[in-house]
Write a protein that binds this ligand. Structure first.
Ligand code: SF4
Length: 240
């Protein structure tokens, strides 16, 4: 085990674990936004920032990506951290004032109103959808794309591939700002994304007649799991 201290508390952490995992194991709360325990960490939102001290130097780092090392000293709520965390959340709130998750984080940090006025956007580029599509669904249908010709400077955006996307809606489910939404109407699922709308034909259950999942998703599952496609002629509710 790796011996570290978090907020002056001695902690034994699994080798290869992150500061966030080590803190969570001993009940120390560090707020997060772009983190999901089922996915690899992204470290992009800076909400989980903590202060670490090694070799006499202290610095701020993302707790979700920094791996524990012997003797590491971690603070999770110093004044320096709280300033950095509040600034990160304030900037997010200025751009995404309607996101419940960001509003909740702001409340916890005592932010009533951001000091900045920024153009409103839905997508915070946290990458949760990209990671979910790659690591869980396995279709790699979303990617970060640079805008315009000035690729180094312009803000990237996320783009869904019409060819690769199977309409499973995992990206909409995991998105913390509802930048991706899904709606099923009749026999059609519509996925609304920052790069446009995608439509999917839904499969009709042979028994009850309900439309229950995108045909493209069911074809993908049948191929991946090597089950006969007819398995999905009937919805889960009508199966024995
Ligand atoms: S709906 Fe499309 S882009 Fe979203 S997770 Fe599923 S396959 Fe990926």
């Amino acid at each position: 085990m790796v011996k570290i201290t978090i907020d002056n508390q001695a902690v034994e952490a699994e080798p290869g674990s992150t500061i966030l995992e080590a803190a969570s194991k001993v009940g120390i709360y560090i707020p997060t936004l772009c983190y999901n325990e089922s996915l690899s960490p992204g470290g992009s939102c800076r909400v989980c920032v903590v202060e670490i001290a090694t070799n006499g130097k202290s610095e701020l780092t993302a707790a979700c990506t920094y791996l524990v090392e012997e003797g590491l000293q971690v603070k999770t709520s110093s004044e320096r951290i709280m300033r950095a965390r509040r600034l990160a959340v304030e900037l997010l709130l200025a751009q995404h004032p309607h996101s419940n998750k960001i509003q909740e984080l702001a409340r916890k940090l005592g932010i009533e109103k951001p000091r900045f006025t920024l153009a409103e956007k839905e997508c915070i580029l946290c990458g949760l959808c990209v990671r979910a599509c790659h690591e869980i669904v396995g279709t790699d249908a979303i990617s970060f794309v640079a805008q315009g010709l000035n690729r180094g400077v312009d803000q990237p955006f996320i783009k869904h591939s019409e060819i690769k996307c199977i309409g499973c809606d995992s990206c909409a489910y995991i998105c913390p700002t509802e930048a991706i939404t899904v709606e099923d109407v009749g026999d059609t699922r519509t996925l609304t994304t920052p790069s446009g709308k995608l439509e999917f034909k839904l499969k009709k259950c042979k028994i009850c007649g309900s439309y229950w999942a995108p045909e493209k998703q069911l074809e993908y599952i049948a191929k991946q799991s090597k089950v006969p496609p007819e398995t999905f002629d009937v919805c889960p509710n009508c199966r024995d």
